[in-house]
Design a protein around this ligand. Structure first.
Ligand code: NDP
Length: 329
């Protein structure tokens, strides 16, 4: 039997956590033959810790064959100990009257502490996914706070945007979602992200040619994908949690298992590709093999796409500048 892998999850008693943990324990993330140990972090607050205990009782009651252990934590230094995978879901939501700047700063504190803790105690190969918003900037902060870990092991979740784009294109083209290859999403996990189906194919045929409607791309597709989170809050009265958890599972699954030459989207520190400044935590089309992702190179960027990429890059640069003073300390 395989040695269990340690999976740390923060914000474990939250909405996304409630959809996520059961699927990790069920083997959806790392494989149906891979035992896991869950190391769950919540804030020290008594209510949060109590809620976490309740979730753990339910996980116990599932009697998951692959669950080799489970612990509750209020301190990242114990939660991240020897972690092979870390899903950083918990983040500070925007409170009433809170400015964007305050939100960035509150989260910068959390992700500085968590980056340092990962640096100190996690496996030297820990693979980190940041889900908590602003996800790209939070991932950047954690990465910069963990200088002894490889920067490439820090990633941000763009997969929900990717999956949303796939679903919209499938509906428009009438093709099954599973048949669509070569989707890409560029940039920040925010309404500025640029979902790009110019290269997408179904059975080798161009999806763009099939749809053949630039106005739909600009006026319907991009706003629909970009504002999908808000549309779900409006409809459900709560934010998207199950689909966010599903995207986190997909992201980690593909990072662990590989994509077999197929494209997916990950938010990763740029290596300078496509003119994105080095270390910017940016959504790129990637393929994954043996636990290592590679940016899909050589894609032509037309004028419209360049404008969209510049816009999302500008937002990320501003976010980063907004927290730069906290990283110097
Ligand atoms: P959720 O579980 O719904 O969301 C958690 C984070 O994921 C939020 O930052 C949220 O961003 C983000 N997110 C990213 N993509 C999506 C998406 N597509 N849809 C919805 N959310 C998305 O939040 P809860 O408030 O239910 O739970 C958060 C938990 O985290 C709480 O239990 C809290 O105690 C804990 N927490 C833990 C911390 C820690 O471990 N140190 C620090 C802070 C909080 P957005 O806000 O933009 O919706």
């Amino acid at each position: 039997a395989k040695t269990p892998l340690r999976v740390a999850v923060t914000g474990a008693a939250g909405q996304i956590g409630y959809s996520l943990l059961f699927r990790i324990a069920n083997g959806d993330m790392l494989g149906k033959d891979q035992p896991v140990i869950l190391q769950l972090l919540e804030i020290a607050d008594e209510k949060a810790q109590k809620a976490l205990k309740g979730v753990m009782m339910e996980i116990d009651d599932c009697a998951f064959p692959l669950l080799a252990g489970m612990t509750a934590h209020a301190d990242p230094m114990t939660a991240f100990k020897d972690a092979d995978y870390a899903l950083l879901v918990g983040a500070r939501p925007r409170g009433p009257g809170m400015e964007r700047k305050d939100l960035l700063e509150a989260n910068a504190q959390i992700f500085t502490v968590q980056g340092k803790a990962l640096d100190a105690v996690a496996s030297r190969n820990v693979k980190v996914l940041v889900v908590g918003n602003p996800a790209n900037t939070n991932a950047y902060i954690a990465m910069k706070s963990a200088p002894s870990l490889p920067a490439k092991n820090f990633t941000a979740m763009l997969r929900l945007d990717h999956n949303r784009a796939l679903s919209q294109v499938a509906a428009k083209s009438g093709k099954p979602v599973a048949s669509i290859e070569k989707m890409a999403v560029w940039g920040n996990h925010s309404p500025t992200m640029y979902a790009d189906y110019r290269f997408a194919t179904v059975d080798g045929q161009s999806v763009k040619d099939m749809i053949n409607d630039d106005a739909w791309n600009r006026d319907t597709f991009l706003p629909t994908v970009g504002k999908r989170g808000a549309a779900i809050i409006e409809a459900r009265g709560l934010s998207s949690a199950a689909s966010a958890a599903n995207a986190a599972i997909d992201h980690m699954h593909d990072w662990h298992v590989g994509t077999n030459g197929k494209w997916t989207t990950m938010g990763i520190p740029s290596d300078g590709s496509y003119g994105i400044p080095k270390d910017t935590m940016f959504g790129f089309p990637v393929t994954v093999e043996n636990g290592e992702y590679t940016i899909v190179q050589g894609l032509p960027i037309d004028e419209f796409s360049q404008e969209r990429i510049n816009l999302t890059l500008k937002e990320l640069t501003e976010e980063r500048e907004g927290v730069a003073h906290l990283l110097k300390a």
